[in-house]
Structures are given as structure tokens and as C-alpha cells.
Design a protein around this ligand. Structure first.
Ligand SMILES: NC(=O)c1ccc[n+]([C@@H]2O[C@H](COP(=O)([O-])OP(=O)(O)OC[C@H]3O[C@@H](n4cnc5c(N)ncnc54)[C@H](OP(=O)(O)O)[C@@H]3O)[C@@H](O)[C@H]2O)c1
Length: 240
């Protein structure tokens, strides 16, 4: 019998918030391929369950509204209780409103985006931080957008929300500094997924960030190889 080589995420339990969206499937398959045990969360139970069932490796699915603080904490605490440790949190909850000049854009968009892009980061990081610190090698990975640092006038609310999420995650990095746990950001442009390419094979996606490259970055930041990296923005927009 041949022994399987140790993979970079073997033995790690990683929670993925917003797993069943555009980027989620590519990221979770990459993390599972590196040996991680995954816990996938989203609001739609059927979607996260279907994704967990398609993963080649240990994975469970939890239907949780990440705007519900108590439910988010229950997800984190239950995961830690079942496995004895939680080693990673990957935040993938996304969504967009915009495309209208500042003076015309409805301010209601800000409220919606703040909840989706900032409050879910706040709830998940606060719920998982005690467990990630206890792990001693915890990892937090968030996905930022170029807009957070270079806003355009038709994306003011979106850019402001992503910038606020960045600041929160960089504050988390400050909180965990020196503990063995880290928090980092992957900065991306518009994402192209395998499904998008399959749906529109003739389209030019050269200015997009490929989901596969983002998944590589998330796997890297989640592993021991990135133990010395904390509070950084890993930018995958060079080709745009
Ligand atoms: N897509 C892009 O082009 C792009 C560009 C720049 C940056 N980003 C960033 O990349 C990351 C991933 O983006 P994405 O496009 O993959 O995101 P997405 O598909 O829009 O959202 C991911 C998932 O989040 C879940 N979600 C939303 N609200 C939730 C809540 N209250 N509780 C629990 N789950 C919730 C949704 O699942 P349910 O419906 O099941 O809840 C959704 O499938 C995000 O941080 C995004 O801001 C994306």
C-alpha cells in the first residue's frame, strides 16, 4: 500500500461563509483537494447541501443567515464542538448594487450593501475568532475588490462597503498578530468562473480575475506556507 503524501490543508477544519455563490464552488473544491475538512454555510439549505455532497472529502452544510448574530455563533460553536478545533474562516458572501452616478444612486443601496458585505464579516469574524485563536494556526481570508481602494463614481456605496469590510478584516489581523493566527485579503476584479466560461465560450474575459486563481490564493493563505503573512492584500488584478 502506498502512503498518500501529506497535503497542505490536511487536518484543518475550515468554515466557508457564502459557499454556494459564484466563487464558492471553485474555492471549496480547491480547499477539499488540499485535504481540508469543510463546513459550508449559506441561507439556502438545498444549495449548500448539494455543494457539500459534490465535494470529494469531508464536508458538512449549514443553513444560516449570517445577519443573525446568534445563528452565526451557533454555527461556529457547533463546528468547534464537533471537531475540537476550527482552523479557518473564508468569507465569500457577496453581491452588488450600483451603476448609477452618486447624486442619483438610492441611499437604500448603502444599507443593503452594508448588511451584506460588512455585517456578515463582523458576525463571522466575531463568532470564529475565539476558535481560531484557540487553534493557534487559524486563518481568516476575505475577498476584497479593486473598488475598495480605487472607487468609481457609479459604485460609491459598493466601494465604501468593501472598504469598510477591508478595514474590519485588517483590524482582525491586528487583533491576532503574534498568535499564530492570521487574517488576509485577496483583492480581485470582476470574477470569471468555470460556469461563466461554459455559458459564454465566445466572450472575452481577459480583464476578469479567474476563480481558479482566487482559489489558489485562498488555499495558500489558509496553509502553513503563509504563516508569516498577516494583514496583507494579495492582489490578483495584474492582468486587468
Ligand atoms: N463576483 C464578482 O465579480 C466579485 C468582484 C469583486 C469582489 N467579489 C467578492 O468576492 C466574494 C465572493 O463573491 P461572489 O460573487 O461569489 O458572491 P455571491 O455569489 O454574490 O454571494 C455568495 C453567497 O453568499 C450567500 N449569502 C448572501 N447573504 C447571506 C447571508 N445573510 N447569510 C448567509 N449567506 C449569505 C448567498 O447564498 P444564499 O443565497 O444561499 O444565502 C450567495 O450564494 C465576495 O466577497 C465579493 O464581494 C466578487
Amino acid at each position: 500500500m502506498t502512503e498518500r503524501a501529506l497535503r497542505s490543508l490536511d487536518g484543518r477544519v475550515i468554515a466557508v461563509a457564502g459557499a454556494s455563490g459564484n466563487l464558492g464552488p471553485t474555492v471549496v473544491h480547491r480547499l477539499a483537494g488540499a485535504g481540508a475538512t469543510l463546513s459550508l454555510a449559506g441561507r439556502r439549505a438545498a444549495e449548500v447541501e448539494r455543494l457539500a455532497g459534490a465535494i470529494d472529502g469531508p464536508a458538512d452544510a449549514t443553513a444560516v443567515d449570517l445577519l443573525d448574530d446568534a445563528a452565526t455563533r451557533a454555527w461556529a460553536d457547533d463546528l468547534a464542538r464537533r471537531h475540537g478545533h476550527v482552523d479557518g474562516l473564508v468569507h465569500l458572501v457577496g453581491g452588488w448594487r450600483g451603476g448609477t452616478p452618486i447624486e442619483e444612486a438610492p441611499l437604500e443601496d448603502w444599507g443593503w450593501l452594508e448588511q451584506l458585505l460588512v455585517r456578515t464579516v463582523q458576525h463571522t469574524t466575531r463568532a470564529f475568532l475565539p476558535h481560531l485563536l484557540a487553534s493557534g494556526r487559524g486563518r481568516v481570508v476575505g475577498i476584497s475588490a479593486g473598488q475598495a481602494q480605487a472607487p468609481t463614481h457609479t459604485n460609491a456605496a459598493y466601494a465604501a462597503a468593501k472598504a469598510a469590510a477591508d478595514a474590519w478584516l485588517l483590524a482582525v489581523a491586528d487583533r491576532v498578530r503574534g498568535s499564530g493566527t492570521t487574517a488576509n485579503l485577496v483583492v480581485v476584479g470582476a470574477i470569471v468562473t468555470p460556469a461563466m466560461r461554459a455559458e459564454d465560450p465566445g466572450r472575452d474575459f481577459t480583464t476578469f480575475t479567474p476563480a481558479e486563481e482566487i482559489a489558489e490564493a485562498v488555499a495558500y493563505l489558509s496553509a502553513d506556507a503563509a504563516a508569516a503573512m498577516n494583514g496583507q492584500r494579495l492582489t490578483l488584478r495584474g492582468a486587468a
